[in-house]
Design a protein around this ligand. Sequence first.
Ligand code: Z5A
Length: 215
Amino acid sequence: MQQEKKGLFISVEGGEGVGKTTNLEFIIDYLQKKAVPVVSTREPGGTPLSEEIRELLLKPRDENVSEVTELLMMFAARAQHLKQKILPALEGGDWVVCDRFTDATYAYQGGGRGMELNKIAVLENLVQGDLRPDRVILLDLPVEIGMDRAKKRGELDRFESQRIEFFQRVRSAYLQRAAQQPQAYRIIDASLTLDKVQQQIQIVLDDLISESQRI
Ligand code: Z5A
């Protein structure tokens, strides 16, 4: 798949309760104020079919879900999301800001579930071709704080019910990917107050806006 990409593609990543949803709203608002045309979306999800797959993935169930099933469903939702929403928006010149993308698959299915990274890479190439986020904003937070924040919101889904060790592996996997790809990743200290977190995010967005004006 060869993409004619014109807009910028930003993903917002991090473990449980780090503040992705809260800060995604800030990002969209900030970009709109700067007159950047922007589409907000999320994974798994983003289109009617992908949202149905999300429901299937998150629903707590007695049946043990195979890691391969989970991985294939993530990429099935992603393939639909790319075709229906992300690629048309980028090709039309919009920026796309996505609450999680394939880095979450490396962190959760790779780090958390222990799936081999080269198997994830095969699906990544099949589904995305050479499309990768231009910037990954990684909200990083000690796992205990994130879990506490998330618990306050009520009932836990199938992922949120995992043990703390799972989320520690997820966090390590994210930090490892960030270290391997410093040009794409920006790590934000999400343990600070919301104001301070958003000041850090604003710097990342201002850099991207300047870069896009130089192209
Ligand atoms: N998943 C996967 O396994 N593989 C994949 O490839 C993909 C996803 C794409 C659904 O994701 C699950 O899918 C996810 C991984 C898996 N499961 N988990 N865990 P999701 O993004 O929908 O679910 P989530 O990670 O659980 O996100 P969340 O629960 O919506 O959390 P959040 O968006 O990061 O946090 P928030 O709702 O913005 O904030 C949480 C609370 O903290 C809230 O009350 C805020 O007001 C508060 N907050 C936020 N920032 C602050 C600061 N700075 N200080 C104090 N309090 C704060």
